[in-house]
Design a protein. Structure first.
Length: 142
């Protein structure tokens, strides 16, 4: 655990990349902890601080279904995302996609994202698009 926190601090404060150091640090820490049986709460101080610096806020969506991350910038909801280690299990895939579709409809968004370790796919339904992408690819794009 201590090693994960030290590595996270290096990524966020050491600036080894031109851009995306805080995102990389957060996702790396989350991934390490998740793979080792820990759960990182969205309310963690470091992630809240990062969101405040970017002018964004993060929320959890729960109406008919649940969605992990709803991002609000200024007065507008801009993104809806889910995070899962894998969605190979049909029950998990159904839960994650249905939760994201529920959020997309609620906030009138056209596209949502599910981050996984390895899976990659595109799903379109009712004029909405879900992009399933490995977290490493997402980090390279951000």
């Amino acid at each position: 655990m201590k090693g994960a926190l030290i590595f996270n601090q290096f990524l966020q404060a050491g600036h080894p990349f031109v851009d995306g150091n805080k995102r990389t640090g957060f996702i790396t820490l989350w991934l390490f902890l998740t793979l080792n049986g820990f759960r990182l709460k969205v309310s963690s101080w470091a992630y809240k601080k990062h969101l405040k610096q970017t002018g964004s806020e993060i929320f959890y969506h729960r109406e008919k279904k649940e969605c992990d991350f709803i991002v609000k910038k200024d007065l507008k909801i801009t993104k809806a995302s889910q995070v899962a280690v894998t969605i190979q299990n049909p029950t998990t895939k159904k839960r994650e996609t249905e939760g994201l579709f529920d959020a997309l409809k609620a906030y009138k968004l056209n596209e949502g994202l599910i981050l996984t370790l390895e899976e990659e796919e595109r799903i379109e339904m009712d004029g909405k698009k879900i992009i399933i992408k490995p977290v490493w690819k997402w980090l390279l794009e951000e």
